[in-house]
Design a protein. Structure first.
Length: 87
């Protein structure tokens, strides 16, 4: 006797319309999650860059002040040398 093959075992299973819809929703939900994660990472990196930029702005202002002080000192030394040369 030959064993019979049931029709469900022989035929490949095809997802139902509801299963396809659920699969599509899961795919879309996953893609949204991926995009939200990427956006969160980008926002975090951007916030760090803004913070570093602010720190660099402070450093730049300090350097400008130091440069201004050096120019003032250089001018004072030059004037002192001129006065000494006249004496």
């Amino acid at each position: 006797m030959v064993p019979s093959i049931s029709s469900s075992a022989a035929a490949p299973e095809h997802p139902t319309s509801s299963e396809k819809h659920t699969s599509f929703e899961n795919s879309v939900a996953y893609q949204l999650l991926v995009e939200k994660t990427k956006n969160a990472q980008l926002e975090s990196a951007f916030d760090k860059l803004k913070s570093q930029y602010a720190e660099l702005q402070v450093e730049l202002e300090k350097l400008k002040l130091e440069n201004g002080n050096l120019v003032t000192l250089t001018n004072a030394v030059a004037m002192a040398e001129e006065l000494l040369a006249m004496a």
